[in-house]
Design a protein around this ligand. Structure first.
Ligand code: CDP
Length: 232
């Protein structure tokens, strides 16, 4: 049995619609393979949080460019839960980036060409040494078009709405399912129709529809695909 460290390291991309469980699957997959996990959505959310806090007008290119110069993003391992958490200028902003205020603005911010260039540049440098699982919308198409394994995740619309509602209820008991539904459909529409790197399945991606799969079942499927590529 070869040692993990002696095995070929690959890049695994996980793209797909909002709330279809990409991060859960990508995080577990990375853990099993002893790879780095990067949630690229957290980067767009942290940039959006900075824009909201500093009243950046997204229609003013100069303001956007100046703001990006002030933003430093990094990831830090939380030893309590084993997750890689995002730091915005040194501050751990994980507790704030999942709030509705950010969710309502993030797809608009993520559609800005300069914002994408800023984020994609960092994502590519994090993945330089391979051994990484990254999830997002354009990872298999724009960030790592040569990745060895590309997974495109999808799930039934209402299943996704219910999953995200349940997740948000923990923090905000008054959150309405209709607001969650409209946020997801609005983001999916914007993400797949924007000009720069829209969400789409890469031609060489495998589709994972997890509407009827448990997290364990989807993980074993993905692990099987990963081992095929690592051993190829
Ligand atoms: O968790 P969920 O799937 O709902 O979203 P996320 O992965 O946290 O991403 C939040 C938003 O960031 C998405 O709706 C996209 O607008 C944007 N995003 C993107 O444009 N490109 C990526 N690679 C990742 C996220």
């Amino acid at each position: 049995m070869p040692q993990i460290s002696s095995l070929k390291k690959i890049i695994i991309t996980v793209d797909g619609w909002s709330s279809c469980g990409k991060s859960t699957m990508a995080r577990q997959l990375a853990k099993k393979l002893n790879y780095i996990f990067i949630d690229s959505g957290a980067m767009y959310r942290a940039i959006t949080l900075y824009f909201l806090r500093n009243n950046i007008n997204v229609y003013e290119l100069h303001q956007v460019q100046q703001a990006l110069k002030q933003i430093h993003l990094s990831f830090q391992l939380n030893p309590l839960n084993g997750n890689n958490e995002i730091l915005l200028n040194g501050e751990n902003v994980e507790p704030y980036i999942r709030e509705m205020e950010v969710a309502e603005k993030v797809s608009e911010v993520a559609a800005i060409k300069e914002v994408r260039e800023f984020a994609v540049h960092q994502q590519q440098s994090i993945g330089r040494d391979k051994g990484i699982v990254m999830d997002g919308r354009d990872i298999g198409t724009a960030v790592f078009p040569n990745a060895e394994l590309k997974i495109f995740m999808t799930a039934d619309n209402e299943v996704r709405v219910m999953r995200r509602h349940k997740e948000l209820l923990v923090k905000n008991p008054s959150i309405q399912i209709d607001d969650v539904r409209s946020n997801l459909s609005q983001r999916d529409h914007m993400d797949s129709n924007r000009e720069v790197s829209p969400l789409r399945k890469a031609d060489d991606a495998v589709v994972l529809d997890n509407s009827n799969l448990t997290p364990d079942e989807q993980l074993s499927l993905a692990l099987e695909w990963a081992h095929e590529k690592i051993n190829a």
